[in-house]
Design a protein around this ligand. Structure first.
Ligand code: SF4
Ligand code: SF4
Length: 154
């Protein structure tokens, strides 16, 4: 789902390298979109908001999220991410979600879903590399419509 972290700045092994298994692109409702995501995806697909929303987006409990297909895959999953250069912030940030950063048990459990997480580096190193990676991403500050997984202020 995400890019692998940069190897140039780390002397220790990577805490995460995406193996492109697609596990994180399956499941309903997980991909919540912030305003920047919607804008970027509309530009990438050359669609106006109404056209984009009609096909790709749904609004549930005040949050905009990507639709899934009948098999439960993200609507953009095609043996990989069809919108990789413009993919949502949560897709860029995974597995460095707030829960996995603040809780070592969550980090351990996340390894069941994401084989790209390197157990051998340990949680502390995962957090250090994750913070650096998220800083480089320069994600939009949390807003009321931001995905909870990226809200690091709570
Ligand atoms: S589950 Fe992990 S390894 Fe698999 S595609 Fe998603 S980020 Fe990559
Ligand atoms: S937008 Fe791309 S990376 Fe994100 S869930 Fe969909 S297919 Fe996967």
């Amino acid at each position: 789902m995400t890019n692998q972290t940069s190897s140039a700045s780390f002397s220790t092994p990577e805490a995460f390298i995406c193996l492109r298994c697609g596990n994180c692109c399956h499941g309903e409702g997980g991909i919540v979109l912030n305003d920047s995501d919607v804008h970027r995806l509309c530009n990438h697909l050359d669609l106006d908001l109404a056209s984009f929303a009609a096909v790709y987006m749904e609004s549930v409990n005040g949050k905009n999220r990507l639709r899934t297909n009948e098999q439960g895959w993200c609507i953009f999953f095609e043996q990989g991410c069809a919108v990789h250069p413009a993919k949502p912030a949560v897709c860029q940030a995974w597995p460095f979600f707030r829960g996995n950063m603040v809780d070592a048990n969550s980090w351990l459990m996340a390894q069941d879903a994401c084989p790209g997480i390197n157990n051998e580096t340990g949680h502390q190193e995962f957090v250090a590399q994750g913070n650096s990676y998220l800083q480089d991403l320069d994600l939009e500050p949390s807003t009321a419509t931001s995905p909870n997984a990226l809200n690091r202020s709570t």
